[in-house]
Ligand binder design. Structure first.
Ligand SMILES: *Cc1c(COP(=O)(O)O)cnc(C)c1O
Length: 368
């Protein structure tokens, strides 16, 4: 076998352990290096406030709680996403209401939202899935009209823009994850929540730190969700490279799109006008996806599926009693999407090998 091409390449590290330990200055939770990262990240994404958290999931939960999402409330969220964008709603004892996704961008379909709004609806979570921006312009209009909060899940979309504005800064709050495999990754779990609203910022900062800004200044109950200094020091070293790493992903995506163009059996990712894509994931669509995945695996090419079950069909949401007709787009996507390796370290000859084999598969394939 000429190659073993892993989906992820996390090996060679750009970060110096010595520098990381030095930056912590003996403080391991919060501390000045965490503040420094918060400042640096706010400045890069041009947001008023950045509050670091223990994870991206916590960032979503802290945003929802601080926007006062209550038991019995309903929050709209896309049917195709990672479970965090639904389970954090349930953690508030509110109800996730799934909305199908758009066929071109795979993000929440703004045209299908109005039908799901009730008197209990309080917020919409927009997930910028794979690195493509959700249609925030349309979503904001709906939120303004119905007085709903807009929370952006930017876990897959560090530096994605809409009309030159960075995602996370467009709604009431934006949640980021720095899980190791994200476009900006730490050495463990880490996240942050951003906002331009200073009242909300203070509430979120308190909530993630036991309701206190300083020791024992508890004005409310909260939780322990803080970024440790080691992660902040790693992220501070990596942040200056984020733009060039994203550019490498874009180049890789452009290469795939050029090489795979014209294969009738697959659908390639689209990028909508006035938005940029940061290609956390490069997913193609193919009707005989599982056979293609198995064939590629035999050639040493690892691919993944994001996600093989849309959220409404997962066990924890069985009680909703929905079926495929309720989510026609997500139902098809869960059977057709296939994520190709796109990490910045992949080499052009590896991508060429992958494209050649995809082409070969469809030339020999008996299913069409
Ligand atoms: C990764 C991810 C999260 C959660 O982030 P964690 O840091 O792993 O908790 C939330 N939403 C989406 C869309 C994600 O991809």
């Amino acid at each position: 076998m000429p190659y073993q091409i892993p989906y992820l390449e996390l090996g060679t590290d750009d970060v110096s352990l010595h520098k990381v330990v030095e930056a912590c200055q003996g403080q391991f939770v919060k501390g000045s290096v965490v503040q420094e990262f918060e400042k640096a990240f706010s400045s890069v994404i041009r947001s008023g406030h950045c509050i670091t958290t223990g994870s991206g999931t916590d960032a979503l939960f802290i945003a929802l709680k601080s926007l006062n999402i209550q038991p019995g409330d309903e929050v709209l969220t896309p049917a195709l996403s990672w479970i965090s964008s639904a389970e954090t709603i349930s953690l508030c004892h509110a109800k996730p209401v799934f909305v199908d996704v758009d066929e071109d961008t795979y993000t929440i379909d703004a045209k299908k939202i109005e039908a799901k709004i009730t008197s209990k609806t309080k917020a919409i979570i927009a997930v910028h899935l794979y690195g493509h921006a959700a249609d925030v312009v349309a979503l904001k209009k709906i939120c303004d009209q119905h007085k709903l909060f807009l929370i952006e899940d930017c876990a897959q979309a560090h530096l994605t823009t809409i009309n030159q504005q960075v995602v996370g800064t467009l709604g009431d709050a934006g949640a980021f994850s720095f899980y190791p495999t994200k476009n900006l990754g730490a050495w463990g779990d880490a996240g942050c929540v951003v906002t331009n609203n200073s009242v909300l910022a203070e509430k979120m900062r308190r909530f993630g730190n036991h309701g206190a800004l300083q020791k024992e200044d508890h004005t409310m109950e909260g939780m322990n969700s803080r970024m440790d200094s080691l992660q902040a020091a790693v992220l501070l070293q990596r942040l200056p490279n984020l733009e060039s790493l994203n550019e490498k992903r874009l180049e890789n995506a452009a290469y795939y799109t050029r090489q795979l163009q014209g294969i009738q059996e697959i659908v390639l990712p689209k990028v909508k006008e006035s938005t940029t894509h940061t290609f956390h994931i490069y997913a193609i669509r193919a009707q005989n996806r599982d056979a293609l995945k198995a064939y590629l695996a035999d050639q040493g090419i690892q691919t993944l599926i994001h996600y093989s079950k849309a959220l409404p069909f997962l066990t924890p949401y069985k009680h909703l009693l929905v079926n495929e007709h309720d989510y026609p787009v997500s139902s098809v996507l869960q059977d057709e999407l296939l994520s190709l390796p796109i990490h910045p370290a992949i080499k052009q000859d590896q991508m060429e090998y992958i494209c050649n084999h995809i082409r070969k598969f469809f030339q020999r394939s008996p299913f069409k």
